[in-house]
Design a binder for this molecule. Structure first.
Ligand code: GAP
Length: 455
């Protein structure tokens, strides 16, 4: 695998994302909305595949149930969770250019004044241009009903976890689960980040994939270790390069946590958290008991003990994992190109080496040339495949160019109908990473692909 320089890799990934339809700036024709992005035709497939892989891993087992809670919740939820009080970032304003900064990130940020392009915000701070830090709550506020009065305030959820805690008893009673068991959820979360940055890494609207595992408090260390291993294993299983993953153990803990470890990925701009695993103790369930007045407990009918369960949380960003999987897949390599006059030359091939289960399009179908009925055969194959896999038909341009386009989309297999197909029913299957080709009977394509795409 080639390794392009990190500085231009980030720019290349952003540009490829737009060119191939992975990610677009939100409301681009109006100049864009900062910190918000739209997933294009390939992006939405990749995102769905990541979420599907997570959902299968986390809920296709006996001890975890799934839910989908509403984004708007009772405002007391956020008092109980501590978000009203603690979910703040220290913010400073530049008195000169009026730009706003997160005080704890000043070292990484640039001055907001376009006239001083490239100047570090730290320098402005040292020159005394900033106001005193004020705490800024990151929750987006809105109102239920037509009146914008304080009694009608609700928040867009900043995490999906609380929707799980408030449903603990509902899920336990309806599913008849016994401890230990978990509840998983995928959904949107919103944070009014002061400084969004690094493309999809820190945005104002994003998706989370969270699972809360409810346990006997005596077993917290064992399950914390267990989930740390499981979650790291999941990223590796779907092709994350191990050398680009590491664990970061937190010394300074959030108000609710007894232990916390982040899974970090090495993005082109540096290491960044993609998932947090937290021992949240009984903090959340106890706080919801206190604030709602409804007891949230567990009765163990073996030991006859009644207690508030501890929670081990696995909290991954779906959007941030998407970005990590995209960076992880991006590769460039020098390959030999066959020219029209029979000579060869070298060219750079850009390829997204997604795990086949995550690849947005699984298979592309080409007629080698547009004659002798090859298009009809290719169309028929594509129509057949489309019912089972995301497939794509392409008959424009030289076949080499069509391969390159699919490489940039990360399509793991390309099928070409050629003159041999006309008399022996075989087609070539070209594999994206090795570029090896083999001939198979066209009636066996579905089984062939099923075997290759299974995890
Ligand atoms: N329930 C715990 C919780 O929300 P967190 O560390 O604040 O913990 C969990 O967030 C994950 O959500 C992060 O690891 C990251 O992947 C994702 N995430 C958090 N803030 C984000 C943002 N502004 N943009 C994109 N993803 C974000």
């Amino acid at each position: 695998m080639g390794t392009p320089a990190k500085s231009d890799t980030a720019e290349k990934i952003v540009s490829l994302s737009k060119r191939r339809g992975f990610i677009f700036q939100s409301s681009e024709i109006y100049g864009g909305l900062n910190g918000c992005y739209d997933y294009g035709p390939l992006g939405v497939e990749l995102l769905r595949n990541i979420k599907e892989a997570w959902w299968k891993e986390m809920t296709y087992r006996e001890d975890i149930e799934g839910i989908d809670a509403s984004i708007l919740m009772h405002p007391r939820v956020w008092e109980a969770s501590g978000h009203v009080e603690h979910f703040t970032d220290p913010m400073v304003d530049c008195k000169e250019c009026k730009a706003r900064f997160r005080e704890d990130q000043i070292g990484e940020l640039e001055c907001g004044n376009k006239a001083y392009k490239g100047r570090k915000a730290l320098k402005c701070m040292e020159e005394g241009k900033f106001t005193e830090a004020r705490n800024f709550n990151l929750m987006f506020k809105t109102h239920i009903g037509p009146l914008e009065e304080s009694s009608a305030v609700v928040f867009l959820r900043p995490e999906t976890a609380q929707g799980i805690y408030v449903n603990f008893s509902n899920v336990k009673d309806s599913s008849r689960q016994k401890l230990p068991f978990g509840i998983a959820q995928i959904g949107k979360a919103f944070r009014n980040e002061i400084n969004t940055k690094n493309f999809l890494f820190r945005t104002r609207e994003f998706e989370q994939m969270e699972m809360q595992y409810f346990i006997d408090p005596k077993e917290d260390e064992r399950f914390f270790e267990y989930w740390r291993g499981e979650r790291l294993g999941w990223f590796k299983k779907y092709g994350m390069r191990p050398e680009r993953l590491k664990l970061h153990v937190h010394e300074k803990l959030a108000h609710y946590a007894k232990a916390a470890v982040d899974i970090e990925y090495e993005f082109p701009f540096g290491w960044g958290e993609i998932e947090g695993i937290h021992n949240r103790t009984d903090y959340d369930l106890k706080r919801h008991t206190e604030f709602s007045g409804k007891k949230i407990e567990y009765f163990d009918d073996q030991t006859k003990e009644r207690y508030t369960p501890y929670v081990i949380e696995t909290s991954a960003g779906a959007s941030r994992s998407f970005f990590a999987f995209l960076c992880n897949a991006y590769d460039e390599e020098e390959v030999t190109k066959q020219n029209d006059d029979g000579s060869t030359s070298s060219e750079t091939r850009t390829v997204l080496r997604f795990h086949p289960a995550l690849a947005p399009v699984k298979v592309a179908v080409f007629p080698l040339v547009n004659r002798d009925g090859m298009q009809d055969i290719a169309h028929n194959i594509n129509d057949d495949l489309r019912r089972k896999f995301k497939s794509f038909y392409d008959d424009s341009g030289a076949v080499g160019r069509r391969y390159r386009r699919q490489d940039e989309c990360g399509t793991p297999f390309c099928i070409t109908v050629d003159s041999e197909t006309l008399y022996d029913n075989t087609v070539t299957v070209r594999e994206r990473d090795s570029m090896n080709q083999e001939r198979i009977n066209k009636d066996n394509i579905v089984d062939y692909l099923k075997g290759k795409l299974e995890v």
